[in-house]
Design a protein around this ligand. Structure first.
Ligand code: AN7
Length: 357
């Protein structure tokens, strides 16, 4: 991996030769990617394998979406677009708004009414997006976004735009570049299913190039109330507290199924309780605070271990997709007594309250 004076250049410059993008494309970048693989002593201990977290919160807008967005916005500008549109459960809109601002494009965001985490909403607003709330879910928003891009002069930057996957697949490259080979297993949350498709694309490409000797088994985890890839049927009314993956009819359904099939992987569902418990456990054991949806992969691993599945001796990468600060309201819902005690400004009183005295 090359750098300029030690600074990571962003995924287009770091991996340009490996991405299907227009020749000489000028990158609109916030230096996304180059995110850490953090070793999880906790999950390594539980599994008897080696478990790594690919911490995508460390992207400029706090989620993995920036990898695909640098590519999509660069191409939109390259092709002369003046406005860009996306449907979003929150993170795509936050990312699009930031990159559109950098590129001087007008961002238009379609989001499901009342179901967007406050942090993500703040990002879209502050970056200057025009926000349209739709009485409906993400799937309705995506239909509208597609319709707008078809009939009006706005470029669609959802992951149905193949350029997005070109950027997002760089996450697999980074995993292999760091570990020296592909892991045995790759676990991640799945909503609209672009990310699992992109990872699989990246792993396949590296294997074909001889940069990896193997391809991982891909395991995708959905929320029980929004698990179409598990049941095989769209969910007309998807529901989960993990709003980022509240998707009933994933756009990349077919690609995601191919990734699971070709890698001998699978999809499974986890409950909101399992997701929120995993979020807290991950924060407390590993010091990594992720948003609820991002904990679905960890929740999946824990559920599989309980069901007798073994990862002993295996290398496992789990992508944690977005930052915990995106949605503090949901994170704090389970905590009734946030502040233990209120005391006067006095050491003895604090010591007594803390049980030290
Ligand atoms: C934190 O922002 O779909 O399976 O519109 O924000 O590639 O959809 C977000 C998805 C996982 C699922 N984790 O990824 C959107 C949006 C987080 C996310 C997913 C999302 P995909």
């Amino acid at each position: 991996m090359s750098t300029t004076n030690g600074q990571w250049r962003g995924v287009i410059e770091e991996y340009r030769d490996l991405l299907e993008l227009p020749e000489g494309l000028a990158a609109v970048t916030l230096r996304e990617g180059g995110t850490p693989l953090v070793h999880s002593e906790w999950l390594t201990g539980l599994t008897g394998g080696e478990v790594w977290l690919k911490v995508e919160a460390n992207n400029p807008t706090g989620s993995f979406k920036d990898r695909g967005m640098t590519a999509a916005i660069s191409v939109a500008r390259h092709e002369g677009a003046e406005a860009v549109v996306c449907a979003s459960t929150g993170n795509t809109s936050a990312s699009m708004a930031a990159y559109a601002a950098k590129a001087g494009l007008k961002p238009l965001v379609l989001i499901p009414e009342g179901k967007i985490a406050a942090g993500k909403m703040a990002q879209a607003v502050v970056h200057g997006a025009q926000i349209i709330m739709v009485r409906g879910n993400f799937d309705h928003c995506l239909d509208i976004a597609r319709g707008l891009a078809r009939d009006y002069p706005v470029a669609l930057v959802n992951s149905v735009n193949p350029v997005r996957l070109q950027g997002q697949k760089t996450a697999s490259f980074e995993v292999v570049d760091f570990l020296g080979d592909a892991p045995d297993f790759h676990l991640l949350p799945v909503g609209n299913a672009g990310n699992i498709a992109a990872y699989w694309l990246g792993y396949q490409q590296y294997a074909e190039l001889g940069r990896a000797t193997r391809r991982p088994v891909m395991r995708g985890f959905q929320a029980e109330g929004a698990a179409p890839l598990v049941t095989g049927e769209p969910f007309p009314d998807p529901e989960t507290k993990a709003t980022a993956i509240r998707v009933g009819n994933p756009a990349s359904w077919h690609l995601a199924e191919m990734a699971a099939k070709e890698s001998e992987g699978r999809f499974a569902a986890v409950s909101d309780e399992q997701i929120l418990a995993a979020q807290v456990e991950l924060a407390r054991h590993d010091g990594v605070f992720v948003e609820p949806a991002s904990a679905a992969g960890v929740a999946g691993l824990l559920a599989e271990l309980s069901a007798g599945e073994s990862y002993a001796g295996r290398t496992v990468v789990i992508t944690v997709t977005g930052h915990g600060l995106k949605d503090t309201a949901t994170a704090l819902e389970t905590f009734t007594d946030i502040v233990d005690t209120v005391v006067d400004a006095d050491v003895a009183a604090a010591a007594a309250a803390a049980g030290l005295a």
